[in-house]
Design a protein around this ligand. Structure first.
Ligand code: ADP
Ligand code: ADP
Length: 220
């Protein structure tokens, strides 16, 4: 059964085509990878799926909702982490988690999540003082706070060293085993091979591959 379905999505910015006739589908409980170079259209696609950007044309359904018409309801059921998220301000891990928790009606206790990911000793630390790996784990915690059915993770392991990446992978693998649907973007083929059931590769707003990772590897 499909949790996300995108049909013939197109979006331009002042004549510049960001996405053209994109079709994709994500099944419940799977990990989907959206790949492509910078500027390929990944962010635009995710923003349209989340209803924060309006497509020019196309149909999108997520959790059987129209994201553009049911954005608030959708917001309660998805977890989102974005690369641009910038926490330079003087805020602690606990404060950031509490602010996030206050945005949602039904939430998971963030302290449990911090414990689960082995960073509960950082609760009172400043976010900007965390190591790269700890920060990315915190971002996963933030995305899981609304007890979502699907999470969107944007380049979660970019900039991490090999060990921290493996730790993040383990967390994602465990979440997948528990049945969570994960929609991620990545630049790393090894990561995608390990985690993703299906991938879509974008180039200049067009799909150049959509299928299983196995098919992608044998095609290349
Ligand atoms: P990616 O996430 O793969 O890097 P984006 O979806 O951010 O790709 O961008 C796709 C294309 O659309 C790029 O050429 C980018 O410069 C352009 N673009 C994205 N957002 C805007 C915007 N708000 N205004 C104008 N151009 C944009
Ligand atoms: P990423 O590669 O992480 O997706 P981008 O640099 O492509 O990041 O885009 C980050 C955000 O900046 C996008 O979501 C988009 O809204 C905005 N953006 C990107 N390109 C442009 C642009 N040419 N003009 C205006 N806004 C843009």
């Amino acid at each position: 059964k499909e949790i996300i379905k995108v049909k013939q999505l197109s979006k331009s910015y002042n004549g510049l085509i960001a996405i053209q006739n994109l079709d994709l589908s994500v099944q419940y409980g799977t990990v989907f990878g959206l790949l492509g170079a910078n500027g390929a259209g990944k962010s635009t696609t995710i923003e349209c799926i989340l209803g924060t950007k309006k497509p020019d044309t196309g149909e999108i359904s997520i959790l059987e909702m129209n994201p553009f018409l049911q954005r608030k309801q959708l917001f309660e059921n998805v977890g989102v982490q974005f690369q641009e998220a910038n926490y330079q301000d003087k805020i602690t891990v606990a404060e950031l988690c509490e602010v996030t928790q206050s945005l949602y009606k039904n939430t998971v206790d963030y302290r449990e999540l911090l414990k689960q990911f082995g960073i509960s000793d950082k609760t009172k630390s400043m976010v900007k003082e965390l190591s790269g790996g700890q920060r990315q784990k915190l971002f996963i915690v933030l995305a899981l706070i609304p007890n979502p059915k699907v999470v969107f993770l944007d380049e979660l392991t970019t900039g991490l060293d090999a060990r921290a990446r493996r730790e993040v992978w383990k967390i994602l693998y465990d979440l997948k085993s528990k049945g969570l649907t994960i929609f991620l973007t990545s630049h790393f083929m090894d990561e995608v091979e390990l985690l993703c059931d299906k991938i879509c590769i974008l180039k200049k707003g067009q799909v150049i591959f959509h299928g299983t990772v196995k098919e992608a590897v044998s095609a290349s």
